[in-house]
Design a binder for this molecule. Structure first.
Ligand SMILES: [Zn+2]
Length: 498
């Protein structure tokens, strides 16, 4: 009996069982860069036993045959593996928080409406998606083990226990943005606690938490993440209102031109192979970015300053994705998992889901990374136990994304809204230029890619027009630090206290 399996020590191993001796005797051969080789004597599970002469004969024949059959395949596989080592998977998600508004923190789990939910229960359905080399999300909460921190007078305030964030790190999240409109919910002490607690998670796998800084300079400086010999840079800006000062940590704000330029220029200046800008911005429930927002993100950050990937969030709903000469803007990912948010299912197919995406990066000839393929997964139940949406429903959300993409086509700026091919499992796929030749995982994903299939997908008459009274409301930043800041009153009706 022959089986083929992949193991950590060899790309492909052939395992033969010696039935004659009625024992478990495995012969392993590594199909490595130099062909089929015995792994080592240690790989015999019953190391003291030596194969009989007849078995050795058979073994030689099998080895020769395998070499003849698999030789060319091995060369190809080898090449593919070499290419794959130069590929990086970057998983991105939206707003993340482990507790309802004002709920006390607890090391055993997160509270919503007074009820405690174990960490594992919250993430069980999405943990399989957190499988990138880098897994990013926006941590929309402070991090503290204390229930005694002075709270700001706001409609919604969020805090999460460090044990919960440790759980997020344990399931794979390794880069968390800290720039958003809830970072200051518990004032300066809350921000200090957050920095302290996140720092403690570094030995457990947290690589970076861009955004919150102990000074302007610190907040503007990109975080460096080294993966597979590549230097990835992450910066994060929030919606505003918590500027760093001599007395307090803080964040830079999207709606301040000075802050925005400082963050983008600092990110662009830093030496790196791929630059990511996380932006917490926008109008809640809006699925389309405004003209000014496009100007800042597409024109200033991407086209002028060469930022490779912009990751937007805050609006609670996903917006379209845009490609500009191979660079990407996700205008909004919506909620990922946040117990302070309400069940979005009441908002209809344009707003009732969150989005997780996997951006596949490959090294170019110039040694830098660029995006070659994007996979997306619509989620639901983001307010409690986020999970992948069922395929039939999810496919419809992919069509919503494609519809939003049509509003992002712009020949003048060489931009196009990204359309996704809805796959049977409800996920979406878009392959970019060069994906077919990228080899490795990307080559497998995009080998059969046919862009024209997207146009042939069934289209449904979906209208994403907002309700008027919501559309005119914007979550404006406070004019000065420390001023009472609440979300717009009407939104309070949508996002009742959790
Ligand atoms: Zn927000």
């Amino acid at each position: 009996m022959l089986t083929v399996s992949s193991e950590a020590t060899c790309s492909i191993c052939l395992v033969g069982a010696d039935w004659k001796h009625d024992s478990v005797l495995d012969y392993s051969f590594a199909l490595g860069r130099r062909g089929l080789l015995p792994v080592s004597n240690e790989s015999y599970r019953l190391g003291a036993r030596v194969p009989s002469a007849s078995i050795r004969g058979w073994l030689l024949i099998v080895t020769a045959l395998a070499f003849l059959i698999m030789g060319p395949a091995a060369a190809t596989a080898d090449k593919d593996i070499a290419k794959e080592t130069n590929q990086i998977r970057l998983v991105i998600g939206g707003d993340l928080g482990l507790g309802g508004s004002g709920q006390p923190v607890n090391p055993r789990g997160a509270r919503r409406h007074g009820q405690l939910y174990a960490w594992d229960d919250l993430t069980a359905e999405i943990s399989g998606l957190i499988d990138g080399d880098v897994n990013f999300a926006n941590l929309e909460t402070i991090v503290t083990a204390k229930n005694s921190l002075p709270v700001k007078k706001k409609t919604f305030v969020f805090r999460s226990h460090p044990a919960g964030v440790r759980h997020l790190v344990d399931i794979g999240f390794n880069v968390l943005s800290t720039a958003n409109n809830h970072v200051g919910d518990y004032g300066t002490p809350g921000m200090r606690e957050t920095l302290l607690e996140l720092d403690k998670l570094r030995p457990h796998g947290l690589l970076a938490y861009p955004g919150l800084g102990i000074s302007r300079e610190d907040a503007a400086n990109p975080s460096v993440v080294q993966i597979k010999g590549q230097r990835l840079l992450f910066s994060a800006i929030g919606i505003g209102g918590w500027a760093p000062s001599k007395r307090s940590p803080g964040i830079l704000g999207f709606y301040s031109s000075r802050d925005f330029n400082e963050a983008v220029e600092s990110l662009s200046r830093e030496d790196g192979d791929f630059r990511v800008l996380s932006v917490h911005y926008g109008i809640e429930l809006s699925v389309r970015p405004g003209a000014n927002e496009i100007k800042k993100l597409r024109d200033r950050a991407v086209r002028e300053m060469g930022i490779d990937l912009v990751v937007g969030h805050h609006a609670h709903v996903p917006a379209g994705v845009q490609e500009i000469d191979g660079l990407l803007v996700f205008y909004g990912l919506g909620n990922l998992l946040h117990l302070g948010m309400q069940d979005m299912s009441r908002f209809g197919p344009c707003r009732d889901y969150g989005l997780m995406a996997k951006v596949h990066l490959a090294e170019n000839e110039n040694g830098r990374l660029s995006a070659k393929a994007i996979e997306v997964w619509p989620l639901d139940k983001m307010h409690l136990k986020a999970r992948r949406m069922k395929p039939k429903k999810a496919k419809r959300r992919i069509r919503v994304l494609n519809k939003l993409a049509s509003g992002l086509d712009d020949k003048k700026t060489n931009s196009r809204g990204l359309r996704f091919l809805a796959r049977e499992d409800g996920s979406g796929l878009a392959c970019l230029e060069g994906a077919k030749d990228a080899g490795g995982r990307i080559g497998k994903l995009c080998g059969e890619w046919d862009g024209t299939a997207i146009a042939a997908q069934p289209s449904a008459p979906i209208s994403c027009v907002r309700r008027r009274h919501v559309s005119t409301r914007r979550a404006k930043p406070p004019r000065r630090r420390g001023k009472k800041y609440s979300e717009p009153t009407l939104l309070g009706q949508f996002f009742g206290l959790q």
